[in-house]
Design a protein around this ligand. Structure first.
Ligand SMILES: Cc1ncc(COP(=O)(O)O)c(C=O)c1O
Length: 351
Protein backbone atom coordinates (compact mmCIF):
# COMPACT_ATOMS: atom_id res chain seq x y z
CA UNK A 1 0.00 0.00 0.00
CA UNK A 2 1.95 2.98 -1.27
CA UNK A 3 -0.85 5.55 -1.27
CA UNK A 4 0.91 7.83 1.19
CA UNK A 5 4.38 7.48 -0.31
CA UNK A 6 5.92 10.31 -2.26
CA UNK A 7 6.89 9.67 -5.87
CA UNK A 8 10.53 9.82 -4.76
CA UNK A 9 10.07 7.04 -2.20
CA UNK A 10 8.16 4.92 -4.73
CA UNK A 11 11.05 4.96 -7.16
CA UNK A 12 13.87 4.31 -4.65
CA UNK A 13 15.94 1.11 -4.95
CA UNK A 14 17.42 0.96 -1.44
CA UNK A 15 20.80 -0.58 -0.66
CA UNK A 16 20.59 -4.27 0.27
CA UNK A 17 23.05 -5.14 3.06
CA UNK A 18 24.61 -8.59 3.25
CA UNK A 19 22.57 -11.12 5.22
CA UNK A 20 23.21 -11.05 9.01
CA UNK A 21 22.64 -14.75 9.64
CA UNK A 22 24.17 -16.16 12.82
CA UNK A 23 24.16 -19.38 14.76
CA UNK A 24 26.32 -22.39 15.49
CA UNK A 25 28.51 -23.43 12.58
CA UNK A 26 27.88 -20.30 10.50
CA UNK A 27 31.05 -18.89 8.89
CA UNK A 28 30.16 -15.32 8.08
CA UNK A 29 32.36 -14.02 5.26
CA UNK A 30 29.79 -11.82 3.53
CA UNK A 31 29.87 -8.29 5.01
CA UNK A 32 33.58 -7.52 5.42
CA UNK A 33 33.37 -7.50 9.19
CA UNK A 34 36.56 -7.97 11.18
CA UNK A 35 36.76 -11.50 12.64
CA UNK A 36 38.50 -10.25 15.78
CA UNK A 37 36.79 -8.35 18.60
CA UNK A 38 37.72 -4.70 19.18
CA UNK A 39 40.57 -3.85 21.54
CA UNK A 40 39.83 -4.84 25.17
CA UNK A 41 40.34 -1.13 25.94
CA UNK A 42 37.26 -0.39 23.82
CA UNK A 43 35.15 -2.74 25.93
CA UNK A 44 36.52 -1.16 29.12
CA UNK A 45 35.76 2.34 27.81
CA UNK A 46 32.20 1.33 26.95
CA UNK A 47 31.68 -0.15 30.43
CA UNK A 48 33.01 3.04 32.00
CA UNK A 49 30.48 5.31 30.29
CA UNK A 50 28.51 6.71 33.22
CA UNK A 51 24.79 6.95 33.68
CA UNK A 52 25.24 10.69 33.76
CA UNK A 53 26.87 10.62 30.33
CA UNK A 54 23.88 8.66 29.02
CA UNK A 55 21.37 10.94 30.71
CA UNK A 56 22.81 13.91 28.86
CA UNK A 57 23.10 14.56 25.14
CA UNK A 58 26.58 13.79 23.85
CA UNK A 59 29.00 16.54 22.84
CA UNK A 60 27.51 17.64 19.47
CA UNK A 61 30.97 18.58 18.21
CA UNK A 62 32.53 15.26 19.38
CA UNK A 63 35.64 17.33 19.97
CA UNK A 64 37.49 14.79 22.13
CA UNK A 65 37.10 12.09 19.48
CA UNK A 66 37.94 14.49 16.64
CA UNK A 67 41.03 15.66 18.55
CA UNK A 68 42.14 12.05 19.02
CA UNK A 69 41.66 11.36 15.30
CA UNK A 70 43.59 14.53 14.53
CA UNK A 71 46.45 13.45 16.81
CA UNK A 72 46.47 10.01 15.19
CA UNK A 73 46.64 11.40 11.64
CA UNK A 74 48.87 14.43 12.42
CA UNK A 75 46.28 16.99 11.37
CA UNK A 76 44.08 19.37 13.35
CA UNK A 77 40.56 18.80 14.71
CA UNK A 78 39.09 21.39 12.31
CA UNK A 79 40.06 18.97 9.52
CA UNK A 80 38.06 16.09 11.04
CA UNK A 81 34.36 15.23 10.83
CA UNK A 82 32.70 12.22 12.51
CA UNK A 83 29.39 10.51 11.87
CA UNK A 84 27.23 7.48 12.54
CA UNK A 85 29.24 5.07 10.37
CA UNK A 86 31.00 6.17 7.22
CA UNK A 87 27.77 5.53 5.33
CA UNK A 88 26.29 8.54 7.10
CA UNK A 89 29.46 10.56 6.54
CA UNK A 90 29.23 9.73 2.82
CA UNK A 91 25.54 10.68 2.72
CA UNK A 92 26.35 14.05 4.29
CA UNK A 93 29.19 14.57 1.83
CA UNK A 94 26.78 13.85 -1.04
CA UNK A 95 24.40 16.46 0.43
CA UNK A 96 27.17 19.01 0.98
CA UNK A 97 29.13 18.67 -2.25
CA UNK A 98 27.35 16.62 -4.91
CA UNK A 99 23.86 18.11 -5.21
CA UNK A 100 24.86 20.67 -7.84
CA UNK A 101 23.79 20.74 -11.50
CA UNK A 102 26.52 18.54 -12.93
CA UNK A 103 26.69 14.74 -12.84
CA UNK A 104 29.08 13.17 -10.36
CA UNK A 105 31.29 10.25 -11.42
CA UNK A 106 32.15 6.93 -9.80
CA UNK A 107 33.34 3.52 -11.05
CA UNK A 108 30.72 1.28 -12.66
CA UNK A 109 31.67 -1.61 -10.36
CA UNK A 110 31.94 -0.07 -6.92
CA UNK A 111 30.22 0.46 -3.61
CA UNK A 112 26.53 0.09 -4.35
CA UNK A 113 25.48 2.78 -1.87
CA UNK A 114 26.73 5.57 -4.19
CA UNK A 115 23.88 5.22 -6.74
CA UNK A 116 21.42 4.85 -3.85
CA UNK A 117 22.44 8.26 -2.44
CA UNK A 118 22.17 9.70 -5.95
CA UNK A 119 18.57 8.49 -6.23
CA UNK A 120 17.62 9.74 -2.78
CA UNK A 121 19.17 13.18 -3.30
CA UNK A 122 18.36 13.54 -7.02
CA UNK A 123 22.05 13.67 -7.93
CA UNK A 124 22.84 12.91 -11.58
CA UNK A 125 25.65 10.42 -12.01
CA UNK A 126 27.87 8.93 -14.64
CA UNK A 127 29.81 5.69 -14.18
CA UNK A 128 33.42 5.16 -15.21
CA UNK A 129 34.13 1.65 -16.51
CA UNK A 130 36.81 -0.39 -14.82
CA UNK A 131 39.52 -1.71 -17.13
CA UNK A 132 39.44 -5.34 -18.39
CA UNK A 133 41.45 -6.47 -15.34
CA UNK A 134 39.04 -4.71 -12.92
CA UNK A 135 41.41 -1.87 -12.08
CA UNK A 136 40.41 1.77 -11.97
CA UNK A 137 42.01 4.18 -14.45
CA UNK A 138 41.77 7.59 -12.77
CA UNK A 139 42.54 9.28 -16.12
CA UNK A 140 38.97 8.47 -17.15
CA UNK A 141 37.47 10.87 -14.59
CA UNK A 142 36.56 14.31 -15.96
CA UNK A 143 37.97 17.49 -14.47
CA UNK A 144 34.62 19.23 -14.88
CA UNK A 145 32.51 16.50 -13.23
CA UNK A 146 30.05 17.55 -10.50
CA UNK A 147 32.20 15.50 -8.09
CA UNK A 148 34.26 12.32 -8.07
CA UNK A 149 34.03 9.46 -5.59
CA UNK A 150 35.75 6.08 -5.51
CA UNK A 151 36.77 3.61 -2.81
CA UNK A 152 40.47 2.91 -2.41
CA UNK A 153 40.82 -0.04 -2.41
CA UNK A 154 37.74 -0.49 -4.53
CA UNK A 155 34.88 -2.67 -3.35
CA UNK A 156 34.03 -5.36 -4.26
CA UNK A 157 37.11 -5.81 -6.46
CA UNK A 158 39.68 -5.24 -3.65
CA UNK A 159 42.21 -3.52 -5.95
CA UNK A 160 43.81 -0.20 -5.01
CA UNK A 161 45.13 2.73 -7.01
CA UNK A 162 48.44 4.28 -6.05
CA UNK A 163 48.94 7.53 -4.25
CA UNK A 164 50.81 8.93 -7.30
CA UNK A 165 47.78 8.33 -9.48
CA UNK A 166 45.52 10.07 -6.95
CA UNK A 167 47.92 13.03 -6.85
CA UNK A 168 47.82 13.21 -10.65
CA UNK A 169 44.00 13.19 -10.50
CA UNK A 170 43.92 15.94 -7.87
CA UNK A 171 46.36 18.06 -9.89
CA UNK A 172 44.03 18.13 -12.87
CA UNK A 173 40.66 18.41 -11.02
CA UNK A 174 41.04 21.48 -8.76
CA UNK A 175 37.46 22.61 -9.36
CA UNK A 176 35.78 19.37 -8.38
CA UNK A 177 35.46 17.71 -4.96
CA UNK A 178 37.26 14.36 -4.98
CA UNK A 179 36.10 11.95 -2.26
CA UNK A 180 38.39 8.98 -1.63
CA UNK A 181 36.50 6.35 0.38
CA UNK A 182 39.20 4.63 2.43
CA UNK A 183 36.87 2.19 4.22
CA UNK A 184 39.40 -0.61 3.64
CA UNK A 185 42.65 1.37 3.65
CA UNK A 186 43.65 -0.21 6.99
CA UNK A 187 44.68 -3.35 5.12
CA UNK A 188 47.45 -2.12 2.87
CA UNK A 189 46.41 0.57 0.35
CA UNK A 190 48.14 3.97 0.25
CA UNK A 191 46.24 6.53 2.31
CA UNK A 192 45.95 10.12 1.08
CA UNK A 193 44.79 11.70 4.36
CA UNK A 194 48.11 13.56 4.55
CA UNK A 195 47.32 15.30 1.24
CA UNK A 196 44.41 17.32 2.62
CA UNK A 197 46.73 20.25 3.40
CA UNK A 198 47.80 20.41 -0.24
CA UNK A 199 44.45 19.86 -1.98
CA UNK A 200 41.46 21.89 -0.72
CA UNK A 201 39.12 19.78 -2.90
CA UNK A 202 40.15 16.42 -1.38
CA UNK A 203 38.02 14.64 1.19
CA UNK A 204 38.89 11.21 2.61
CA UNK A 205 36.40 9.02 4.47
CA UNK A 206 37.32 6.27 6.92
CA UNK A 207 35.44 3.83 9.11
CA UNK A 208 35.90 2.12 12.47
CA UNK A 209 33.86 -0.83 11.11
CA UNK A 210 36.59 -2.78 9.34
CA UNK A 211 40.14 -2.29 10.63
CA UNK A 212 38.92 -1.42 14.13
CA UNK A 213 36.31 -4.19 14.50
CA UNK A 214 33.52 -1.80 15.46
CA UNK A 215 30.87 -2.26 12.76
CA UNK A 216 28.19 -2.72 15.42
CA UNK A 217 28.96 0.63 16.98
CA UNK A 218 28.57 2.75 13.80
CA UNK A 219 31.43 5.23 13.68
CA UNK A 220 32.96 6.87 10.62
CA UNK A 221 35.05 9.93 9.87
CA UNK A 222 36.03 12.32 7.11
CA UNK A 223 39.27 14.27 6.74
CA UNK A 224 39.56 17.39 4.59
CA UNK A 225 40.48 21.05 4.51
CA UNK A 226 38.62 22.88 7.30
CA UNK A 227 36.46 24.61 4.70
CA UNK A 228 35.00 21.30 3.48
CA UNK A 229 34.63 20.08 7.08
CA UNK A 230 32.67 23.22 7.93
CA UNK A 231 30.28 22.39 5.07
CA UNK A 232 29.77 18.90 6.53
CA UNK A 233 29.02 20.40 9.93
CA UNK A 234 26.45 22.72 8.35
CA UNK A 235 24.70 19.69 6.83
CA UNK A 236 24.96 17.66 10.06
CA UNK A 237 23.48 20.48 12.12
CA UNK A 238 20.63 20.78 9.64
CA UNK A 239 19.80 17.10 10.06
CA UNK A 240 20.91 15.60 13.39
CA UNK A 241 23.14 17.44 15.86
CA UNK A 242 24.17 14.25 17.67
CA UNK A 243 24.97 11.55 15.13
CA UNK A 244 27.76 10.08 17.31
CA UNK A 245 26.52 8.99 20.73
CA UNK A 246 28.49 9.16 23.98
CA UNK A 247 29.33 5.44 23.92
CA UNK A 248 30.69 5.59 20.38
CA UNK A 249 32.76 8.69 21.17
CA UNK A 250 34.39 6.97 24.18
CA UNK A 251 34.94 3.71 22.30
CA UNK A 252 36.46 5.43 19.27
CA UNK A 253 39.00 7.24 21.44
CA UNK A 254 39.96 4.00 23.22
CA UNK A 255 40.47 2.21 19.92
CA UNK A 256 42.76 4.92 18.57
CA UNK A 257 44.83 4.75 21.75
CA UNK A 258 45.53 1.02 21.44
CA UNK A 259 47.80 1.06 18.41
CA UNK A 260 49.48 -2.28 19.20
CA UNK A 261 46.19 -4.16 19.12
CA UNK A 262 45.12 -2.50 15.86
CA UNK A 263 48.42 -3.35 14.20
CA UNK A 264 48.31 -6.95 15.41
CA UNK A 265 44.79 -7.67 14.14
CA UNK A 266 45.37 -6.00 10.76
CA UNK A 267 48.58 -7.97 10.30
CA UNK A 268 46.75 -11.20 11.15
CA UNK A 269 44.15 -10.42 8.50
CA UNK A 270 46.78 -9.58 5.88
CA UNK A 271 48.58 -12.89 6.58
CA UNK A 272 45.33 -14.89 6.40
CA UNK A 273 44.38 -13.05 3.19
CA UNK A 274 47.66 -14.13 1.64
CA UNK A 275 47.10 -17.75 2.67
CA UNK A 276 43.52 -17.80 1.36
CA UNK A 277 44.52 -16.23 -1.97
CA UNK A 278 47.26 -18.83 -2.40
CA UNK A 279 44.88 -21.68 -1.61
CA UNK A 280 42.37 -20.49 -4.20
CA UNK A 281 45.07 -19.81 -6.78
CA UNK A 282 46.32 -23.40 -6.31
CA UNK A 283 42.77 -24.48 -7.16
CA UNK A 284 42.94 -22.46 -10.41
CA UNK A 285 40.78 -19.59 -9.20
CA UNK A 286 41.55 -16.10 -10.48
CA UNK A 287 42.13 -13.93 -7.40
CA UNK A 288 42.58 -10.17 -7.80
CA UNK A 289 45.46 -8.57 -5.85
CA UNK A 290 43.77 -7.43 -2.65
CA UNK A 291 44.67 -4.64 -0.26
CA UNK A 292 41.38 -5.07 1.62
CA UNK A 293 39.98 -7.42 4.29
CA UNK A 294 38.29 -9.39 1.51
CA UNK A 295 39.26 -10.99 -1.76
CA UNK A 296 37.49 -11.07 -5.09
CA UNK A 297 37.82 -14.47 -6.70
CA UNK A 298 36.52 -16.24 -9.77
CA UNK A 299 36.29 -20.05 -9.95
CA UNK A 300 37.86 -21.87 -12.92
CA UNK A 301 34.45 -23.17 -13.92
CA UNK A 302 31.63 -20.82 -14.80
CA UNK A 303 29.68 -21.60 -11.62
CA UNK A 304 30.15 -18.80 -9.06
CA UNK A 305 26.38 -18.59 -8.54
CA UNK A 306 26.03 -22.32 -7.85
CA UNK A 307 29.13 -22.23 -5.65
CA UNK A 308 27.66 -19.34 -3.66
CA UNK A 309 24.46 -21.34 -3.02
CA UNK A 310 26.34 -24.54 -2.16
CA UNK A 311 28.58 -22.67 0.29
CA UNK A 312 25.52 -21.04 1.84
CA UNK A 313 23.90 -24.48 2.28
CA UNK A 314 26.96 -25.45 4.32
CA UNK A 315 26.65 -22.29 6.45
CA UNK A 316 29.55 -20.54 4.70
CA UNK A 317 28.31 -17.11 3.69
CA UNK A 318 30.08 -15.08 1.01
CA UNK A 319 28.77 -12.33 -1.28
CA UNK A 320 27.64 -12.81 -4.86
CA UNK A 321 26.15 -10.40 -7.41
CA UNK A 322 24.37 -12.11 -10.31
CA UNK A 323 25.15 -9.36 -12.81
CA UNK A 324 27.66 -8.78 -15.59
CA UNK A 325 30.61 -8.51 -15.64
CA UNK A 326 31.01 -9.94 -12.11
CA UNK A 327 28.60 -12.85 -12.54
CA UNK A 328 31.39 -15.39 -12.10
CA UNK A 329 33.02 -13.75 -9.07
CA UNK A 330 32.65 -14.12 -5.32
CA UNK A 331 33.60 -11.59 -2.67
CA UNK A 332 35.03 -13.39 0.32
CA UNK A 333 35.68 -11.59 3.60
CA UNK A 334 38.85 -12.67 5.39
CA UNK A 335 37.98 -14.39 8.68
CA UNK A 336 40.19 -16.10 11.24
CA UNK A 337 42.60 -18.83 10.13
CA UNK A 338 40.16 -21.47 11.33
CA UNK A 339 37.27 -19.90 9.43
CA UNK A 340 39.29 -19.69 6.23
CA UNK A 341 40.41 -23.30 6.58
CA UNK A 342 36.74 -24.24 6.88
CA UNK A 343 35.96 -22.11 3.85
CA UNK A 344 38.63 -23.88 1.78
CA UNK A 345 37.38 -27.30 2.98
CA UNK A 346 33.87 -26.31 1.95
CA UNK A 347 35.13 -25.22 -1.48
CA UNK A 348 36.89 -28.59 -1.85
CA UNK A 349 33.76 -30.48 -0.91
CA UNK A 350 31.69 -28.91 -3.69
CA UNK A 351 31.91 -30.76 -7.00
C1 LIG B 1 33.42 1.05 0.22
C2 LIG B 1 32.65 1.19 1.48
N1 LIG B 1 32.50 2.42 1.99
C3 LIG B 1 31.80 2.62 3.13
C4 LIG B 1 31.24 1.57 3.82
C5 LIG B 1 30.41 1.86 5.04
O1 LIG B 1 30.98 1.46 6.21
P1 LIG B 1 30.38 1.90 7.62
O2 LIG B 1 29.08 2.62 7.38
O3 LIG B 1 30.22 0.65 8.38
O4 LIG B 1 31.39 2.83 8.21
C6 LIG B 1 31.38 0.27 3.34
C7 LIG B 1 30.77 -0.86 4.07
O5 LIG B 1 30.77 -1.98 3.71
C8 LIG B 1 32.10 0.07 2.12
O6 LIG B 1 32.23 -1.14 1.60
Amino acid sequence: MTKYWTDLVKQLSPYVPGEQRSGPGIIKLNTNENPYPPSPDVITAIKEVSGDALRRYPDPTAIALRSELARYHHINPQQVFVGNGSDEVLAMAFMAFFTGDKAIQFPDISYSFYPVYCDLLSVASQTIPLTHDFTLDLNLFDADAGGIIFPNPNAPTSCAVSRDHIIALLERTPDCVVLVDEAYADFGADSVIDLIDSYPNLIVSRTFSKGRSMAGLRLGAAFADSNLIEALHRVKDSFNSYPVDAVAQAAGIASLQDEAYYQQTRENIITTRQWTSEQLTQRNYTVLPSTANFIFASPPTDNAGALFSALSDQGVMVRYWPKDPIRNWLRITIGTDTEMQRFISAVDSIP
